[in-house]
Design a protein around this ligand. Structure first.
Ligand code: ZN
Length: 189
């Protein structure tokens, strides 16, 4: 009986540690990659199978207004001006490490190819997450592969490089290298 009680208490402890950890992660794990007044122009498409998508409100079917998702969009777009600061999204001291940078000067819209243009990929060490910052201004990257920070820092400027129809940030969150919606998953502030 006493042994069973110990096992029970241990299981209880495990359960609460797990609940605490998951909660700590879920409650806005990331910080905004842009200044807080920056509107979202396109959300993550949670259900590509369903029509010319309206996963979130804002798309009337005729007018392009803020807050919609379009089919197959696996990231969040923030609308702004070239030169606006872009920040790494690490709110918690999780050691965001620059793992990839690419500097590209061109714009390929609308004839393709569909590419990120100038972009950065950050690995959030000790988690399953990576974040991608795309269509950045050419030559604006302020970090280098291997650099590691335990706080959010300005890593680049907003731009319109690659397959992009105007100045914006294409912000992508990947978990185990699969894109996920950081809003749907409660990871954003
Ligand atoms: Zn996008």
């Amino acid at each position: 009986m006493r042994k069973n009680l110990k096992i029970f208490l241990f299981a209880l402890l495990l359960f609460f540690s797990f609940a605490f950890l998951t909660n700590a992660y879920a409650a806005g794990f990331f910080s905004l990659p842009v200044s807080s007044s920056t509107p979202i122009s396109a959300y993550f498409d949670l259900n590509p199978a369903s029509g010319y998508i309206r996963d979130w409100t804002g798309w009337t079917g005729r007018n392009w207004i803020y807050g919609h998702a379009y089919d197959g969009h696996k990231e969040t777009d923030y609308d702004g001006q070239e030169g606006n600061p872009i920040y790494t999204a690490n709110k918690y001291p999780d050691f965001a490490r620059t793992v990839y940078t690419y500097n590209y000067n061109g714009n390929t819209y609308p004839n393709g190819p569909v590419i990120y243009g100038t972009h950065i990929i950050i690995s959030h060490d000790n988690t399953t997450y990576k974040t991608v910052y795309a269509h950045l201004k050419y030559n604006s990257i302020l970090t280098w592969v291997g650099n590691s920070y335990n706080y959010s820092f300005q890593c680049a400027q907003m731009g319109n490089t690659g397959y992009s129809s105007g100045d914006h940030l294409h912000f992508e969150v990947r978990s185990n290298d699969t894109p996920i919606c950081p809003y749907y998953n409660g990871l954003m502030p």
